[in-house]
Design a protein around this ligand. Structure first.
Ligand code: SAH
Length: 259
């Protein structure tokens, strides 16, 4: 049997506890009523085997050629559904027919970038189940008013309902990571579109959090707020205190003053 040597630069920490792998695979709820899934970073297929047992129509993408060879050898039935590539750069939506869920023990070094890609794919991806660094998981599921609430918390919570499922310690990986891990689930909510200019919404959220200690009046200077908004009470607040709805309202306030 071949063996894949874990490579640090690819964020490879292979899960060795099969019961945890099974639990992660079982966390996919089928939200959106379909049975197709893309696994990001399958490595040696520890999760893959359970997806197949649960009869998911499974597709895999991994950047590591050695893992890809291993997967072809161990899951020959997946054939052309095994893609060698970079999830951040490849146009995966053209290789599969959406909708599809996403699952994975993500490479922790690029988990934020994976979520920005998921946001682009929000209308193709009704559900995500993933293991990430616990600290990042805490941030993503955080409600407003909390220090850990940030850009991705707002953007993801705008389109998905997020759930923290369970914590995983470092010992069940080869090699063990230096941090704790957590499994979270995202289910697409029923907001087809935000009730505001979505591009401006993203700019407001990003600018607000870039200077999170300042009031929005200061943090949003780069956006050139319209003159009439100068006295708006919401600008006395700081980015981390606003809910998704508050950001939508703020975006609409800016747009209506501009027109
Ligand atoms: N799912 C496996 C491996 C997790 S390690 C397990 O639980 O054991 C993370 C995996 O992501 C590795 O296999 C690594 O090769 C892969 N990976 C890293 N960067 C990637 C990228 N940009 N696109 C796709 N896969 C990537």
């Amino acid at each position: 049997m071949s063996y894949v040597r874990p490579k640090k630069h690819l964020g490879q920490h292979f899960l060795t506890d099969l019961s945890i792998a099974e639990r992660i695979a079982a966390s996919l709820s089928g939200h959106g009523d379909y049975k197709q899934v893309l696994e990001i970073g399958p490595g040696t297929g520890v999760l893959t085997q359970f997806l197949l047992k649960e009869e998911w129509n499974t597709h895999l993408i991994d950047i590591d050629g050695e893992s890809i060879d291993y997967l072809h050898e161990h899951f020959p039935e997946l054939g052309e559904r095994i893609f060698e590539g970079d999830f951040l750069k490849d146009s995966i939506e053209s290789k599969m027919s959406p909708p599809f869920a996403i699952i994975g023990n993500f490479p922790y070094n690029i988990s934020s970038q994976i979520f920005f890609r998921v946001l682009d794919l929000r209308n193709e991806v009704p559900e995500v189940v993933c293991m990430i660094q616990k600290e990042v998981a805490d941030r993503l599921v955080s409600p407003p008013g909390n220090k850990s609430y940030g850009i991705l918390s707002v953007l993801l919570q705008a389109y998905y309902d997020l759930e923290y499922l369970f914590t995983v310690g470092p010992k069940v990986f080869n090699p063990p990571p230096k941090v704790n891990s957590a499994v979270i689930r995202l289910k697409r909510n029923d907001r087809a579109a935000l009730d505001c200019d979505e591009k401006l919404f993203r700019r407001v959220v990003k600018a607000g959090f870039q200077m999170r200690r300042k009031t929005l009046r200061n943090a949003l200077k780069p956006i050139n707020l319209p003159e009439q908004m100068r006295e708006a009470a919401i600008l006395d607040r700081r980015a981390e205190t606003l809910s998704v709805e508050d950001y939508i309202a703020l975006t609409n306030q800016i747009t209506s003053c501009q027109s």
